[in-house]
Design a protein around this ligand. Sequence first.
Ligand SMILES: C[S@@+](CC[C@H](N)C(=O)[O-])C[C@H]1O[C@@H](n2cnc3c(N)ncnc32)[C@H](O)[C@@H]1O
Length: 378
Amino acid sequence: MATYAVIETPASGTNNPPPALSQRGRAGLDILGSIQKCASSDLRERARANFEADPVGRELTQTHRADLTAEEMRDRLAPAKAAAQKDPIYRLERFCQRYVAEENFVRGVRAIEENREAVLNFLEATPAGEATIQFNPEVPLPDYYDGVEFHLEPGGWDGYDLYGSVLGMAIGPRVFVHGGYAAVGVGDNIAQQRVDAIAQLPKDRYERVFEPGCGSFATLAAVAARFPEAEVVGCDLSLQALKGARALAARRNLKAVIKQADALETGEPDASFDAVVTYALHHELPIEANRKLFAEMLRILKPGGDIVMTDPPPLRAVSPFHGVILDWDTEHREEPFFTEACLANWDEELRAAGFEAVESYGLGKDGYPWITRARKPA
Ligand SMILES: C[S@@+](CC[C@H](N)C(=O)[O-])C[C@H]1O[C@@H](n2cnc3c(N)ncnc32)[C@H](O)[C@@H]1O
């Protein structure tokens, strides 16, 4: 699920605003934002009402329970999808979602490309600050990652050299800013959601905090704001994400270390962090990879260290109609592991990995952001 930070001005210590998009570029993206907002508010609510008025949809809604097993949830998904599909309003809403998801990149890349020189100058003029970045182009890409066009991003995470700018300067501030895609509710503020997620870390002080799959660094920036004395360390596989992370860390003048590394095999020493945070990561990985990730996070945490994970909610925690909406991303927004992740029980997985004091809950409407937090035994 794409949850990108918006590039803001000015860069710390400079008067270096990002280049303005052309009028055509702005207008083309703004209309996508409007389509998405209309689809996920008015049309979505009408589709929800129609689903709940349909005999099958009503029966599924009335018999839904938060303790349904993954098998039961899976069995109930097919009739729920069929009931939703009967409704032309639902189909129109989904058409809008797919259209916007694809067109985001067509228009976003064009808007940045026509400003290429200015964007490159802006990126170059960003001061290095105290952020350290460790590139490692030799790091092997896991099979589940290599060549997959997550979110319909042509060529995958690194398919275009200015994807960071496409997301941070074009799609982020003009389309994603409205919410209303994947698990993000319409009108949700994705920057505030990160702040709210970080507030779930239970202690008042942390010395070293790690984020696997840190992407553009927006979540670690929220960690640094909440715990200014902490050293923040993140890893990601994507070169474009790392470049964006460095720019954001530099603009905020953060003391940060960003590494091009596999979250499943970080290379960090045993017991070297007192907290791990994750944001919008687990649904991008198959279950087996998540299990390896949990083992790795347990290894690098100090005894008594905390983990706070934020991801889309489990299907059992949302209405059957919203379950259909979440499941849709798997096939239609190139999110191969989305349904599998929403059927997983992260509480049980964390306990099986060796964590204790596991608990989970939703912070907002329709269970998003969904928090799972736990502790490494002391
Ligand atoms: C949806 S983004 C979320 C980024 C970030 N956590 C945030 O808050 O914006 C998921 C990120 O996970 C990264 N990722 C996926 N598998 C990974 C792995 N095995 N190791 C490191 N990063 C990984 C992707 O490259 C991508 O940048």
